[in-house]
Write a protein that binds this ligand. Structure first.
Ligand code: SF4
Length: 522
């Protein structure tokens, strides 16, 4: 034992393998080489595939195929250029293309290229296509090329859902949600900058078009020319957008050079970003979307009447009742819904703004608190007000503004001119003091009265879960947090695809799955 090992305890060394009873057996196992299946990636295999058996009987792809098969796709088929008896490849059936897009959105896939790849290996996509490959270009064009046909398809879907008792239009929730545009905040520019960029882009296009083919390959040359032309077109569109904004007296002073129709909007988290405002009408019976539209408006104020117009056009009738949040409540909307005979449910109009305006007005005219209108006493017997100095203010005129009826009462000029309190009551007017008695018009008064009842308040409390469910579903499940296309028309079509998908998914949950389960049990 060496000096450095002197501290070790006196432990006997382990027995040699031959000395142990189990020693020889362990030695045999160590020498054994496991026999494993080799992986041969060089082999060629031809395997039979039963396409029908690629997915289960209750797979949602079958439900979507069935549902789309019940729709009249004539509008799409009329636009197919390939015809029987003529040369050229047959076109893809609109039944397949619509089903592919609906199925893809339902899986949260909104990229045409991703669908092209999925068609190569995903069993559900293979079942839908019958193992046929389909290009991303074909899918991408189909998504935005048939606006009228898609709108008509949505109307047909609503009719089918109505026929199955899923849409009643008895109560509709109206809500708006901001969806990110396909544009970056830093690409928003003012007119002079865009004009400078456009001049550069035009120069680049001219230079590329003047180049001879020898300087680079023809294919690369064409790609560069196309990219330069597209950039020039986008910049020209941005300048045109400024013209539209000016004509609409808008205060917007910057426009995106990638999506000129997108707008910087405030978001729920307090920040702001390039967005579109997606207006969704949801039938409360089964939370199905019955109307959808994309707007550039940052607020919901002016979106209620157009939403009701759309429902009247696409549905059998206008809804009996519409439930909205405070963003839609205004005198104009209350009066408009009353005129249409639609029962409006929403929060009572806030009086903070009116009170703030009143205070500002008193300050402007130099009226001290002791001489504000509330300090004047009304005498119903003579229909006059009596001022704090005991002088009468007689009825003068009435007028209506913003859903409020105002009755004006005036003091005699001589009374005020000789009044010792004039400096405190009406220092900036040479005529006599006047005050107004304001009363809401009957429709506004009725709305306020209704919204103080328990029934109306209970209905209003159901708004948030029903109205916000499809918004969240479209963003979280269908993945439409940001649009993949640009411009109001295309963004509107992508929203419509999302609404169509959402409704079909709810139909699968409410009707198709119970039927399949009942068949399986039987
Ligand atoms: S200024 Fe005219 S209204 Fe005002 S307290 Fe005097 S008399 Fe009355």
């Amino acid at each position: 034992m060496g000096a450095d090992q002197a501290w070790l305890p006196d432990v006997p060394p382990p027995p040699a393998p031959s000395e142990s009873a189990e020693g020889p057996a362990r030695e045999v196992r160590r020498e054994t080489v496991p026999r494993l299946k080799p992986i041969d990636r060089q082999q060629m295999v031809l395997r039979p595939v039963v396409v029908e058996a690629l997915i289960a009987e209750d797979h949602p792809a079958r439900a979507i195929w069935d549902f789309v098969g019940r729709l009249d796709l004539r509008r799409y088929r009329e636009q197919v250029r390939s015809v029987e008896g003529s040369a050229g490849r047959p076109a893809f059936d609109p039944h397949l293309l619509v089903s592919l897009w609906v199925y893809s959105y339902s899986r949260g896939v909104s990229s045409a290229r991703a669908i092209e790849r999925l068609c190569e290996y995903d069993p559900a996509y293979q079942w839908l296509t019958g193992l046929e490959g389909i290009s991303g270009h074909t899918l991408s064009d189909f998504r935005v090329a048939h606006a009228d046909a898609l709108h008509e398809l949505f109307v047909q879907v609503l009719a089918l859902l109505s026929a199955e008792g899923l849409v009643t239009l008895e109560r509709v929730m109206q809500d708006g949600t901001k969806v990110r545009a396909c544009a970056a905040s830093k690409r928003f520019r003012r007119t002079p900058r865009i004009e400078a960029m456009l001049a550069q882009a035009r120069a680049v296009v001219e230079t590329l078009e003047a180049q001879t083919e020898d300087e680079s390959s023809l294919q690369q040359q064409r790609a560069r020319e196309r990219a330069a032309r597209e950039k020039r077109q986008r910049l020209e569109a941005a300048l045109q957008e400024f013209d539209k904004l000016e004509a609409a007296h808008s205060t917007v002073d910057r426009v995106s050079t990638t999506d000129p129709e997108a707008r910087i909007m405030k978001q729920a988290d307090g920040g702001s970003a390039p967005n579109y405002n997606v207006q969704i009408s949801t039938d409360a019976a089964h939370s199905l979307i019955v109307g959808i539209e994309v707007t550039q408006a940052g607020s919901d104020y002016q979106q209620l009447t157009p939403a009701m117009d759309r429902l009247e056009q696409t549905g059998p009738r206008a809804p009996a009742q519409v439930v909205v949040d405070g963003g839609y409540i205004s005198s104009a909307n209350i009066l408009a819904m009353a005129t249409r005979g639609i029962d409006l449910i929403g929060p009572e109009p806030q009086s903070h703004a009116a009170e703030a305006n009143r205070r500002k007005s008193y300050q402007h005219y130099g009226v001290t608190p002791a001489y504000e209108a509330s300090m004047f006493r009304y005498d119903p017997a003579t229909n006059t007000y009596v001022c704090p100095q005991g002088r009468p203010l007689r009825y003068d005129a009435k007028y209506e503004r913003g859903g409020t009826m105002s009755y004006r009462y005036k003091a005699a000029e001589d009374d005020c001119r000789t009044c010792p309190a004039k400096a405190l009551c009406c220092p900036r007017t040479r005529r006599g003091r006047s005050i107004e008695r304001r009363e809401p018009v009957p429709e506004i008064a009725a709305f306020r009265q209704k919204m103080q009842t328990d029934d109306a308040r209970a209905i209003y409390r159901t708004r948030s879960p029903v109205a916000e469910f499809p918004n969240l579903w479209i963003k979280a499940k269908l993945g439409v947090r940001q649009f993949r296309v640009r411009g109001v028309p295309n963004v509107g079509l992508e929203s419509l695809w999302a609404a169509l998908t959402y409704d079909i998914q709810q139909w699968i949950r409410l009707r198709w799955r119970p039927r399949v389960a009942a068949r399986a049990t039987a």
